[in-house]
Design a protein around this ligand. Structure first.
Ligand code: NAD
Ligand code: AHE
Ligand code: ZN
Length: 375
């Protein structure tokens, strides 16, 4: 198909919250600095549901959602040197150009090269979409749009991985698992012996638990309103479980009482601004650090008494766990191959692209972590 338009199946989101429609979509060839990928497997992340809900200011419709996937390079545009047709890859919504101010800083994994385009659903070159249906453009999403049999991404958004890695599993290394592990290892830098609290035990929260266990945390307290998560969570390193519904007191007070003054590190993995406040306020006076991982809807704001910060608590946030994507995703894949990190254990359901609406429904079901779609 090199140089030609490909017609393939994709799940199109026409309007917020309206079921996705499987359509025949035309995917244009990659232009200079672009890569066309045959997506083989994609998972759903809570962020896809968030944008589909219409509450994401960067969510444009109609679009093709999806950002946690794996596939094989089909063709590359002019000037692309780091990948070639046949390479196994993971698309990265967090790009890494290795040249911009952000990439050079060493203090962040954010990259400035293509962010202006990916936030408005187009490609950098001509500020247009490579997706269309009978001439009508369909927006890209997060620079990845993986709910499609073929997608076009910027070359700075492609991590080349080992051809031996099972794509139906490592697709999870495109978002949720790295985000949780990196929140602990890169953003919080949790030390051995620390007491950790994790709000929200979905894939992201459980990956935080896994990262905290690896870092040698002494207590890892999981907080979730879904008590079904407790049995699952034990396998990821959670040592204690608290269901806020079982307590009359505010959850931050419950945690402060449980930990002789508060936790060393807390992580909000839900996207709820009142929980973000509780996560900060359950931190120990003088040093406790809280990391915001969850994505909150447009218009939502966080608040606390500034006294909380004056008295030494620290509020931070993380995107993709602070991992530099193209450099570190292949390393995470290797770690998985060496059985040093879990991936399979986060997959609770497997469906096909045609069943994507069922997969979105599953996200609201108790006990559901990741659903992987065979594209
Ligand atoms: P998920 O829906 O699988 O997990 C959320 C968990 O929170 C569920 O177990 C749910 O029962 C629990 N929960 C909901 N309300 C709660 C409350 N009030 N108190 C306690 N627990 C509660 O989601 P996920 O895919 O793991 O993603 C988690 C969040 O992280 C989402 O907001 C997602 O958008 C965000 N995210 C951020 C990044 C990033 O780079 N910062 C990357 C991936 C995902
Ligand atoms: N468009 C959203 C922003 C959403 C957001 O914060 N996304 C995270 C990744 S979530 C993956 O599941 C992120 O990487 N943010 C940094 C960035 O540059 O987008 C909104 O609410 O505006
Ligand atoms: Zn995600």
């Amino acid at each position: 198909f090199e140089g030609q338009v490909i017609t393939c199946k994709a799940a199109v989101a026409y309007e917020p919250n309206k079921p996705l429609v499987i359509e025949d979509v035309q995917v244009a060839p990659p232009q200079a600095g672009e890569v066309r990928i045959k997506i083989l497997y994609t998972a759903l992340c809570h962020t896809d549901a968030y944008t589909w809900s219409g509450k994401d200011p960067e969510g444009l419709f109609p679009c093709i959602l999806g950002h946690e996937a794996a596939g094989i390079v089909e063709s590359v545009g002019e000037g692309v040197t780091e990948v070639k047709p046949g390479d196994h890859v993971i698309p990265c919504y967090q790009a890494e150009c290795k040249e911009c101010k952000f990439c050079k800083s060493g203090k962040t994994n954010l990259c400035g090269k293509v962010r202006a385009a990916t936030g408005v659903g187009v490609m950098m070159n001509d500020r247009k979409s490579r997706f269309s249906i009978n001439g009508t453009p369909i927006y890209h999403f997060m620079g990845t749009s993986t709910f499609s049999q073929y997608t076009v991404v910027h070359d700075v958004s492609v991590a080349k991985i080992s051809p031996e890695a099972p794509l139906e599993k490592v697709c999870l290394l495109g978002c949720g698992v790295p985000t949780g592990l990196g929140a602990v290892w890169n953003t919080a830098k949790v030390e051995a012996g620390s007491i950790v609290a994790i709000f929200g035990l979905g894939t992201v929260g459980l990956a935080v638990a896994e990262g905290a266990k690896a870092a040698g945390a002494s207590r890892i307290i999981g907080i979730d309103i879904d008590s079904k998560k407790y049995d699952i969570a034990k396998n990821f390193g959670i040592t204690e479980f608290v269901n806020p519904k079982d307590h009359e007191k505010p959850i931050q007070q419950v945690l402060v009482d449980l930990t002789d003054g508060g936790v060393d590190y807390s992580f909000e993995c839900i996207g709820n601004v009142s929980v973000m406040r509780a996560a900060l306020e359950c931190c120990h006076k003088g040093w406790g650090t809280s990391v915001i991982v969850g994505v909150a809807a447009s218009g939502q704001e966080i608040s606390t008494r500034p006294f909380q910060l004056v008295t030494g608590r620290v509020w931070k946030g993380t995107a993709f766990g602070g991992f530099k994507s193209r450099s570190q995703v292949p390393w995470l894949v290797e770690k998985y191959m060496k059985k040093e990190i879990k991936v399979d254990e986060y997959i609770t359901h497997n469906l096909t692209l045609g069943e994507i609406n069922k997969a979105f429904d599953l996200m609201h079901e108790r006990g559901c972590l990741r659903c992987v779609l065979d594209v």
